[in-house]
Ligand binder design. Structure first.
Ligand code: MG
Length: 386
């Protein structure tokens, strides 16, 4: 039986993971769960899955949960330290990293440093401190299994092939909910529209990232470090149907892709039981029913955020962490209707232009850049606020 910890158990990836655990309960034991503020959902989960320890990063939510679960045999920790403690549980075999945003860096790195294999859904830590995460994983013999659907597709398409034969990684992008709009139409798009993703049901932050294509910018950086491949060998391809989840081109001209219906349980299950494939019994992919698959070049003019990922990698050091933090601040402001849709890219660009990149040698280097960028982006958002 595999003993698992889920960081971010109340989010979209967390609940999908627990859905798999419920169906295959003989294979998994949940030993730890963490969430941000959603104490109600965490309470439901802890009563169902009975982990020994849980943590809420929000202190007040933890106080309330403790009051409600007084007699239940579970330890309830709180704060960033509490979450990091659950990430390092001695009995855990695999840590599912599914926190939203940069908040996942400290606990995910803590899990790696504790020698835990990681199923990585939370891409931002890899963006903020990719080389550091990989170095720590190498030192401890830790494996990082991608959960992000594109990276899982690449991981699967690399299996059984020689790394030196790879010519290119091709990340597919759905184009998100606003692909058909003009630049002018996009400027003032309301969040209800930007939150309507055509193919994937995901949390709010990543859905807005899909609308700006910042998600793909982040994924380029994620792929660069996950697969240790230079960014000039990473391309993006718009594929509206989200059936081809990504591709690998080899030097003999062969292209290997992974296809499937857009359902996160496929990449999650592959990371959970690698190299085994779990009998999920999802509906079959009916290509005749779909009829045709379409592909287009990305549009950097309407979607400048895609270029930011490449630019951040070109400059290197703390620049990707800066880009990520500015994006998080801008997206939060947009969702609270503080800024316009087109301001998101503006805020990220200006923050990056103002930043002087330094090397990321330690966790603190990444966190310092993150703090700096949040402050900078915060002041830009404040100036733009209507
Ligand atoms: Mg993805």
């Amino acid at each position: 039986m595999k003993k698992i910890v889920i960081l971010g158990s109340t989010g979209s990836i967390g609940t999908n993971t627990l859905d798999i655990v419920t169906k295959f309960s003989a294979q998994f034991q949940v030993v730890g769960l963490t969430a941000g503020t959603n104490g109600d959902k965490l309470e439901e989960q802890l009563r169902q899955f009975k982990p020994a320890v849980v943590a809420l990063s929000d202190e007040l939510a933890a106080v309330k949960l403790r009051a409600r679960c007084g007699k239940f045999p579970v330890e309830i920790l709180s704060g960033v330290d509490g979450v990091a403690q659950v990430a390092q549980l001695p009995e855990a075999d695999l840590v599912i990293s599914a926190i939203v945003g940069g908040a996942g860096l400290v606990p995910t790195l803590a899990a790696i440093r504790a020698g835990k294999n990681v199923a990585l859904a939370n891409k931002e830590p890899m963006v903020m401190a990719g080389p550091l995460m990989q170095e720590e994983a190498r030192k401890r013999g830790v494996r990082i299994f991608p959960v992000d659907s594109e990276h899982s597709a690449i991981f699967q398409s690399l299996e059984g092939h020689r790394r030196e034969d790879v010519r290119r990684l091709i990340l597919t992008a759905s184009g998100g909910p606003l692909w058909d709009l003009s630049k002018e139409q996009m400027q003032d798009v309301k969040s209800e529209q930007a939150l309507k993703h055509p193919n994937w049901k995901m949390g709010a932050k990543i859905t807005i990232d899909s609308a700006t294509l910042m998600n793909k910018g982040l994924e380029v950086v994620e792929a660069r470090w996950l697969f240790d491949i230079p960014s000039r060998q990473i391309d993006v391809l718009i594929h509206r149907e989200s059936i081809v989840h990504s591709l690998v081109e080899y030097r003999d001209g062969s292209v290997i892709a992974q296809l499937g219906l857009p359902d996160m349980r496929t990449p999650i299950s592959y990371a959970l039981q690698y190299p085994e494939r779990m009998p999920l019994e999802l509906p079959s992919l009916d290509l005749a029913d779909i009829g045709k698959l379409t592909f287009q070049r990305p549009d950097h003019e309407r979607f400048p955020c895609l270029s930011f990922g490449y630019e951040a990698l070109r400059i290197g050091g703390t620049m990707p962490a800066t880009m990520n933090a500015a994006n998080e601040v801008a997206v939060a402001a947009y969702l609270q209707e503080g800024i316009r849709f087109s301001d998101i890219a503006e805020v990220i660009q200006t923050t990056m232009e103002t930043h002087t990149a330094r090397d990321v040698r330690t966790l603190e280097d990444a966190l310092e850049a993150d703090r700096w960028a949040r402050e900078k982006a915060g002041s830009l958002v404040h100036a733009l606020a209507r």
